[in-house]
Design a protein around this ligand. Structure first.
Ligand code: NAG
Ligand code: NAG
Ligand code: NAG
Length: 851
């Protein structure tokens, strides 16, 4: 009896011995850490040990002990992995922590230059791994700490920014990829030049700015206000300039990371779901990207286009500006005169780049600050440093004001900024608000201005309307007379595209983004609207799921897409993606109205298209004669505009990746609208080229580089567009069409005819004889230019639009298209499966890892 007890006890001891011995948090020179041991912090929040993130190398890292999905908060040797299968972490002869590989070579070390003995390394409960003297636990005396050398994760109690005593600038840098903790391209780092702020860098270039700290938060991160679960701190004194956060409930885990695609993400651990939830992320929209509107440009997502120039400035590069690239910024159009200049108040502003600012004083009030700025002719703007209370502190900017954005009043965020303008411009500011709640010399002028402005604004609007109307008539007349030069026409196209401010018709302009806030529907409502997703209501089936017609009592008729493939994103993340996509609004895009995102069901709600898809007309013998040449040409131009918007409107640069006839929907006026854009984002598939393992696309429309190497770019969309154009002209499907005598597909066939000068032969007979020969040939030539094999030979969409609109422009000669020869498939059995899938019409296929 007794004996068996002892045996049991010994058995238990043997079983648990390794674990018992692990319950330590300290390494000493005599007690190193070997490969299958870990350190555990006192309260068991964090664990440190060897790990392999899935790339066959070994690293030393720290992770949450209580979180099942390994979440690494720190990696010691991120850029110096152990490539063998064994290693030891120990205290070296000079008192530093050293990581040794299998052969005993030092791979990584804490590397403090002071040689010391009697040191130990301890993992603390807050996740900090420290080297200290054996008997000295005073944090001020730590010899080295991992919190000074973060990886990609920022934890509570950590400090980001400068330690003036040690000269260390603590910052976080992204992992290369999910499986490689090596130093990635993106970092989040304090910039202490001028007026400190934190900047996301993409390699050596600025990617996004936080805006400076104003006592309440960073001026470029309005979401920081009203956060109730944590507290942020920004310290600037003789010891440090640092940013930190703490959780109000310290037992709730939260971490801020910079991820490998350059976004900051704040995760909070949710106990009930046992998952990390994305609490916040940044950047959130176009205007968050550095220099979106350049110098003196103001970015505002409620405007369309998002960039406007400050009062008294005009775009530096008008052409790029029209194409929605505002990065060249604005130049002064009216002369400043230091003596007579005044100041305009811009409200809710993310402050201009801080490195070009100069902190005058931390206690001065606003009117004193205004005086200083007015007297200094090189001062372009000023504001309070701290906006809490009545405001205090004075910071001024040298003349170049870079990277500003303005928030909607309702969003809050940002702060008042006073900018220098010429006295003459104070009278005519249609762009900026100039209510007066400050004081000082400039404000007198502001007061007068605000009265003048209201009357001027009316006048300006009237003039603009008049001008626009004239322009419209002129352009109509021009096309009638048929004598337009390429330059003029391209400008008109741009106007028609709504790119310029004067014509917002093509956008859902007028209403702002906020008014069109995405609707969140609950599943029940949609179930009812679609009559339980009945077959009668089924409109079609696509690669991402079925589409149903839905009748929302108040919302009218909609199209409901029930996603069948499960996205690998979290619910919040998915909502954010959907929100982003809903912001893409253009006359030639199917509008995303809302969504329903629940754990089991994910649905997207779109506007309903009366005439369904172009597919139904184009390839139907009876219906194809309903679309005559003029309609076809308008459809081609419409698709081109929609695609241009996707490619150019946003820095996200939406690449459609699955452009095809069945994705072109037609409303009751036969206006073409592109559907299914942004799906790659929703499905979390939008990785960098190298990471792409799946190709989403449809045979017949995929460019060679996409189908074969999984490389996608705007140029692969251009390829698909080219196929579309040729299909619309010829009324023939590219896929499945095979000219037996020549072994060519549609592209090859058309190209051959083009070279022989017989291209007109391909025109769809159902068009009849009412068409412009030049227009048809131009479309064929543009189509062929777009499907050229080499991506770099293909024009971009803005070029395509110019070519479409110009009747006199000399177009380049296309070289051979990609994929124009069809191989015989009658020889092998093994290819029969492939053949089968190739004959199913218009089915979206997913090729797993083409390489
Ligand atoms: C703090 O968070 C923990 C873990 O989620 C929870 O159990 C506890 O009740 C919270 N404490 C307070 C005071 O809210
Ligand atoms: C980085 O974060 C953004 C924003 O949450 C997200 O959309 C993106 O997918 C993330 N990238 C990776 C590689 O996780
Ligand atoms: C004027 O402003 C510039 C830039 O903001 C600053 O560098 C300079 O020191 C100021 N000059 C005076 C006399 O304050």
């Amino acid at each position: 009896m007794r004996r068996s007890h002892t045996t049991t006890f010994i058995f238990i001891l043997v079983l648990f011995y390794p674990f018992l011995s692990l319950a330590i948090d300290t390494i000493t020179s005599t007690q190193p850490l070997t490969i299958n041991q870990t350190l555990v912090s006192k309260g068991e929040a964090f664990e440190l040990g060897f790990f392999n993130p899935g790339n066959d190398n070994l690293y030393i890292g720290i992770w949450y002990k209580q979180v099942q999905q390994k979440t690494y908060v720190w990696v010691a040797n991120r850029d110096a992995p152990i490539t063998s299968s064994n290693g030891t972490l120990t205290i070296g002869g000079n008192g530093n922590i050293v990581l040794l590989n299998q052969t005993g070579t030092a791979i990584w070390s804490s590397n403090q230059s002071v040689p010391l003995t009697n040191t130990v390394a301890q993992l603390l409960e807050n996740g900090n791994f420290v080297v200290r003297r054996e008997n000295d636990e005073n944090p001020d005396n730590y010899i080295w700490q991992s919190f000074d050398y973060p990886t990609d994760t920022f934890l509570p109690e950590m400090k980001l920014g400068w330690n003036r005593k040690t000269g260390i600038n603590r910052y976080i840098r992204a992992w290369k990829s999910k499986t490689d903790p090596g130093s990635g391209d993106y970092s989040f780092k304090m910039d202490i030049d001028g007026y400190p702020e934190i900047i996301i860098w993409e390699k050596e270039t600025k990617y996004c700015r936080s805006g400076s700290w104003n006592g309440k938060g960073f001026s470029g991160v309005p979401q920081m206000q009203g956060v109730s679960i944590m507290h942020f701190d920004f310290l600037e004194n003789s010891d440090e300039i640092s940013y930190s956060f703490e959780m109000l409930n310290t037992s709730v885990y939260s971490r801020l990371i910079i991820n490998s695609t350059g976004s900051l993400q704040r995760f909070v651990w949710v106990d009930t779901t046992k998952q990390w939830s994305v609490y916040w992320f940044f950047p959130r929209d176009l205007c968050d990207y550095y220099g979106e509107c350049g110098t003196f440009g103001i970015c505002n997502t409620n405007n369309n286009p998002v960039c406007t120039c400050m009062t008294g400035y005009t775009p530096r590069n008008q052409q790029a500006w029209n194409l929605r690239d505002g990065s060249d910024g604005c130049v002064r159009s009216s002369k400043l005169d230091c003596g007579s200049d005044g100041f305009l108040l811009l409200k809710n502003m993310k402050l201009p780049e801080g490195s070009r600012a100069f902190v005058v004083n931390t206690t001065m009030n606003l009117s004193e600050c205004g005086e200083i700025c007015k007297m200094n002719c090189s001062c372009g703007a000023y504001t309070n440093m701290d906006v809490t209370g009545n405001g205090s502190g004075c910071v001024i900017w040298a003349v170049d004001l870079m990277d500003m954005r303005q928030y909607a009043e309702t969003v809050g965020g940002g702060q008042d900024l006073y900018v220098r303008v010429a006295a003459s411009d104070l009278d005519q500011s249609p762009v900026t608000e100039s209510t007066n709640n400050g004081s000082g010399n400039g404000n007198h002028v502001v007061k007068i201005a605000s009265i003048a402005i209201s009357s001027f604004a009316v006048l300006v609007i009237l003039l603009a309307l008049l001008y626009w109307k004239k322009k419209k008539i002129r352009s109509l007349e021009k096309s009638k007379r048929d004598i337009t030069g390429p330059q003029d026409r391209s400008e008109d196209i741009l106007l028609n595209d709504g790119v310029t401010v004067t014509n917002k018709k093509d956008y859902y302009g007028g209403t702002t983004m906020d008014e069109r806030e995405l609707h969140l529907y609950d599943f029940k409502t949609l179930e009812m609207a679609t009559d339980n997703f009945s077959d009668e209501n089924k409109l079609g089936e696509g690669g991402f799921g079925c589409v149903y017609k839905g009748n929302l009592m108040e919302g009218g008729i909609v199209a409901v897409k029930r996603l069948s493939r499960i996205s690998d994103q979290g619910i919040e993340e998915l909502k954010n993606e959907v929100r982003l996509i809903a912001k893409l609004q253009h006359r030639n895009l199917v509008r995303l109205i809302g969504c329903c995102i629940e754990v089991k069901e994910k649905l997207l709600i779109y506007e309903f298209m009366e005439n369904k898809s172009l597919n139904m007309f184009l390839f139907d013998k009876k219906k194809s004669s309903m679309i005559n040449w003029k309609m076809r040409f308008d459809i081609i131009c419409g698709i081109a505009r929609g695609l241009l918007y996707l490619h150019h409107d946003s820095r996200f640069k939406i690449i459609h990746r699955d452009l095809k006839v069945s994705n072109i929907l037609l409303d009751k006026d036969m206006t073409p609208k592109i559907s299914d854009f942004g799906m790659a984002r929703i499905f979390g598939n939008d990785q960098t080229e190298a990471e792409t393992t799946k190709v989403v696309g449809t045979y017949g429309y995929m460019s060679p580089e996409y189908a074969m190497d999984g490389l996608f770019s705007t140029k692969s969309d251009v390829f698909s567009f080219g196929v579309l154009v040729l299909e619309i002209v010829s009324g023939t499907k590219n896929r499945g069409t095979f000219y037996t005598t020549s072994q060519l597909n549609l592209l090859g066939h058309i190209w051959t005819l083009w070279k022989e000068g017989n291209a007109l032969e391909v025109l769809d007979e159902s068009v009849g004889d009412k068409y412009s020969k030049d227009e048809v040939l131009r479309c064929i030539q543009i189509g062929l230019l777009c499907v050229q094999e080499q991506p770099e030979d293909r024009p971009n969409m803005s070029k395509v639009l110019v070519m479409l609109s110009s009747e006199t422009m000399q177009l380049p000669q296309p070289t051979y298209p990609g994929f124009f020869i069809v191989k015989r498939r009658d020889d092998t059995e093994s290819s029969s499966k492939m053949d089968e899938s190739m004959t199913i019409n218009e089915v979206t296929v997913t090729v797993i890892d083409p390489r």
